[in-house]
Structure formats: C-alpha cells, structure tokens
Write a protein that binds this ligand. Structure first.
Ligand code: FAD
Length: 503
C-alpha cells in the first residue's frame, strides 16, 4: 500500500478527552482531514474531573480561547495549588504551590539558601517565599504580569472547572470547525487489511463509520485499543491501591478558595474543589479497607454544604495501557490509563497526548518508529506522574490504618527511591527527560511529607549569612506586601469571568 495523507479521523467518545481531541485537531488540521466523533448519551461520561495544572493555559491558547470566556462558560475558578491535609501525620498540613520558591540568588537553588538559614533557626517558612502560597492563604488572586520586577510575575495558575461544561464548550468550537458528531452506541468494531487494523465501527442501529485513523476516547472501556486490539494493561495497584471513588457535589457556602483541598482519610483521601456555582467533593478509596456505603457516609459527613446530587460511584484500576498507540488506534484519556486525581493530572495527560500526536502525526503507513516514539514518551510521562503520586502515600508517618501501614512499608519504584534518597542527602532534585513536575513541586511534597535533607548544598555557603538573611527578609516582606495589594479571589472572578447562575 502506498502511503497517503490521512483523509479521515474518527474520534470514539465525547467526554473531556474526545472533545479536547476534536477541538485541537480541527484547529490544527483546518479542514484538510475529515473529523467525525461518535458518542452515546445513554452511556454518558465519567462526569468528574474538575481540577487542572497550569499547562492547560497552553491548550486553551492553542485553541484561541479567551480566559474570561472560558471561566464564565465552565463555572471556573482559579487554582494556585493544592492544600494537603493529614498526609504526613494527622493534624498536619502543607501546600503544594504552582510556580517557584524565591528568586535566583547565586549558583545554588533558592531552597538551598533557605535550608542553610533554617539550620540557624532563621528564614521563616519556605512557604513565605512562594507568591502563590501566600496568595492562596490570603484568598487572593491576580493574573501574572510580565515585568520581572513585579511580585505578580511569579503568579502561576490553573483552573477548577466543571468538566462537563468544558466538554460542551469545546464541542461548540469543534463543530464550528467542521467536526461531525454522531449519536449512537457502538456495538461492533471491524478489523481489516493490511495489518488487522481497525477499519470501521458499527452502531447498534446498523450505521457503519469507517476512517483511516481512530482516536479511542471511550473511557475506561477502551473499546478499540483493548476491546478490539487487545493491547494489554499494566496494573499499578500494588503502588496505588485505591480502586474506587464516590463523587458528590454540594452547595457553595463560602467564597471559593483559590486552591484544591486533598485530605487523607482512613482508606484513601477526599477532594474538595470550589467552583463558582458549587463545590465538588469526592472520596478516592481502596475497597479492601472500606465499603461503598461507609465511604459515601464518610464523604457526606465532610460536606460543608447541602448535597447537590446523588453519589456517583466510579471503579478503576490504576495503571496504563501497554501501548497508547497501537496500529491505527491511539488511546487518549481514561482509555490510555488512569492515575488517581491527587495531583490533577488526567486532563493534562490528554493534552500532552494530543501534542505528542501532532509531533508524530501519521499518514496511512503508520510508521512504526513514530508510534514507538509516541508510546515511549507516554510511558515515561505516566511513570513520572505515578512516582510523584506514590510519594504522597509512601512518605507518611501515619500508621493508624491498614492502608497507611501498607503504603509506608511497600517497596516503591526505583526511580522514586532515587529521588527521595538524593533529596534526603543534600536537598537536591534532578529531573530527567522532560518530567512534568518541576523542582518546586518535588520540594513542596518531599518537605511536606517530612523528608528533611540532612545537609544543604555547599554552594549555598558562599554568601555571608547576614547578607543572606537580609535578602530573604526583604523578599518575604515584598511578597506579603505584593499579595496584600491583590484582589480577593472573589473579586478576580467578578466581571467578564463571572458565570451566569447555574440553571
Ligand atoms: P469518559 O468521560 O468516560 O468518556 C467516554 C466517552 O465514550 C463517552 O462520551 C461515552 O459515551 C463514549 N462511549 C463509551 N462507550 C461507547 C460506545 N459503546 N458507543 C459510543 N460511545 C461510547 N482529571 C483531572 O484532570 N482532574 C481531576 O480533578 C480529575 N478528577 C477525577 C476524579 C475521578 C474520581 C475520576 C475517575 C477521574 C478524574 N479525572 C480528573 C479524570 C477525568 O475525569 C478524565 O480524564 C476525563 O474526564 C476524560 O475522560 P474520558 O473522556 O477519557 O472518558
């Protein structure tokens, strides 16, 4: 077969993954490739997924989406990081902020100077050098400014939003750019030459949809990648044993916090995500340690407003598809794998899946070298995110429940053990191969979970102690002052970002 450019793409599934793919591909391909999407209202979507990380701004920019319009359309709020409660020990909490700690001082990383001061009982909290942490604590927000002399240049943000509304918003754009949507339930998948690749899907009313390339966004089912192509799944439950979640929104009772809350509980953890019109809540748990009924009751007891819907129970197996791209099928979203939403990474993994597809965009030959490159990149990214999530569980001093006793004593991935060992010895973090989480993220979680470096970097000793103290005192004061002048989060959401009241 002589390779030809792709003529048609069929996206299977209309959840967040399906409509993100449809909106991005129709923007980039500009009508040169026919794009269809099939989804089933009867099957529906997972209907959760409300917190994100900063790179989502790049995705919205690629699509030319204005931030205020997006916030208003999705009941969105700003997110500056995650507050982790009861993870290190019960009664403790720490903040994982977006952005960096401090500024450039000299040859060593900023936190090394802070570690040095700390050894002398000076320097305050590391949190005091993070603009986003101080803004989050104060309930304030301002968009970043370009001027590097301004404290606001260090503001880094993501969003909380209603994922269902986001999918609807992207659908309108995608359809406006020529994507054709088909409503119906896929009953059969047909394979064909040259290599038993997917040729078409057949709906239960007999309609058949053929394409050159298929993007499987069918959710946990993995209808094409697993159901038809039997690609295989790598199970990571031995490191991340949570396998269920119950989600239940509640009425909003206070001004939305500009951060997510993640509280460790007996058999997992609970999320709290503030939107403009409601608060999202859920309990991610391991069924070995708690029943569904008990998990629901526990979550209900923690709601700070009246429940807004019936509980939505979800089941999952943490891990990844062995090949996210197999023959002419590329899996995105839940069809590609699942990592619990502790660091709000799933929507991001959809986004990077799309950008890596664009970097390895196929023709009908489906060059194996491109497919292998894509799969390798996806594997590395999933593994690094996995390590970061495992860190939260493993580096705990909790021993009050069987789950916590299990995770603190389990053997962890070698790649994570190396990071912990290196940080413990001299507070250093090395990131490999374009890792998603920045140095500051690792520092926040390692310190927050009680992993304390034994010594600081000797390069931090070059500056005289009194000079260092003065500089850091000034920086702390400037951050406090800069944050005090920011609008409150509520004020930042008034004006064009304000959503219409929910129906
Ligand atoms: P789905 O939403 O399941 O969509 C699947 C689509 O396939 C649907 O349209 C369905 O109709 C269609 N389909 C399936 N079978 C058929 C068929 N036979 N015929 C036709 N159509 C079919 N991510 C984050 O980034 N942040 C978070 O805070 C977050 N929280 C989460 C909390 C929980 C408890 C869970 C489980 C996930 C969370 N996620 C989060 C992940 C996020 O929800 C998903 O990554 C995202 O919604 C993408 O889902 P999806 O589109 O892959 O699948």
């Amino acid at each position: 077969m002589t390779p030809t450019p792709l003529r048609s793409i069929l996206i299977v599934g209309g959840g967040t993954a399906g409509w993100m793919a449809a909106a991005a591909l129709s923007t980039v391909l500009r009508g040169t490739v026919r794009i269809d999407l099939v989804e089933s209202e009867a099957i529906g979507t997972v209907g959760v997924g409300e917190a994100t990380i900063p790179p989502i701004q790049l995705f919205n920019q690629l699509l030319g989406i204005d931030e205020d319009t997006f916030l208003a359309a999705t009941q969105g709020t700003y997110k500056l990081g995650i507050r982790f409660i009861d993870w290190h020990r019960q009664g403790t909490d720490y903040f994982h902020p977006f952005g960096q700690y401090g500024t450039r001082i000299d040859a060593a990383a900023f936190h090394q100077y802070w570690l040095r001061l700390q050894a002398h009982g000076l320097g305050g909290r590391l949190d005091d050098y993070s603009v986003t942490t101080i803004a989050a604590e104060a309930g304030r927000f301002a968009r970043p400014e370009r001027d590097p002399r301004s404290i606001r240049s260090q503001m880094t943000h993501a969003f909380h939003f209603d994922a269902g509304l986001y999918a609807r918003f992207l659908r309108a754009r995608a359809e406006g750019q020529g994507v054709v949507r088909h409503e119906g339930r896929i009953a059969d998948v047909r394979l064909g030459p040259p290599d038993d690749r997917v040729a078409s899907v057949v709906l239960d009313d007999g309609r058949e949809l053929a394409a050159d390339f298929f993007i499987d966004c069918s959710g946990f089912r993995g209808l094409l990648i697993e159901g038809a192509l039997k690609t295989g799944y790598e199970d990571w439950s031995h490191w991340l044993p949570a396998n269920r979640a119950v989600a239940m929104p509640c009425a909003r009772v206070e001004a939305p916090t500009p951060y997510t809350r993640a509280q460790a509980l007996e058999a997992g953890w609970r999320w709290r995500i503030p939107l403009q019109h409601r608060t999202g809540n859920g309990y991610v748990y391991c069924s070995e340690y708690i029943s569904d009924d008990a998990a629901e009751a526990r979550l209900r007891g923690l709601l700070d407003g009246a429940p807004g819907a019936d509980p939505n129970f979800l089941r999952f197996t943490t891990g990844r598809r062995r090949k996210a791209w197999n023959r002419n099928v590329l899996a995105l979203g839940l069809a590609a794998g699942f990592l619990e939403p502790l660091e709000s990474t799933s929507i991001h993994l959809i986004q990077t899946g799309i950008s890596r597809l664009l970097l390895n965009f196929p023709d009908t030959a489906f060059a194996q070298a491109d497919i292998d490159t894509y799969n390798r990149l996806v594997q590395l990214e999933f593994e690094r995110v996995r390590d970061f999530i495992v860190l939260h569980y493993h580096a705990t001093e909790r021993d009050d429940q069987p789950l916590w006793r299990h995770v603190r004593s389990m053997t962890i991935p070698e790649t994570l053990q190396q990071k912990i060992d290196q940080f413990r010895s001299r507070g250093r973090i090395f990131r490999f191969e374009d890792e998603l989480f920045q140095e500051a993220s690792w520092i926040a979680v390692l310190l927050g979970q009680g992993v304390q470096p034994e010594r600081h970097d000797p390069l931090a000793d070059v500056i005289p102690l009194d000079q260092l103290q003065l500089r850091l005192d000034r920086l702390r004061a400037a951050i406090r002052e800069g944050v005090a002048a920011m609008p409150t989060h509520e004020q930042a959401l008034s004006g064009p970002a304000r959503a219409r009241p929910a129906a």
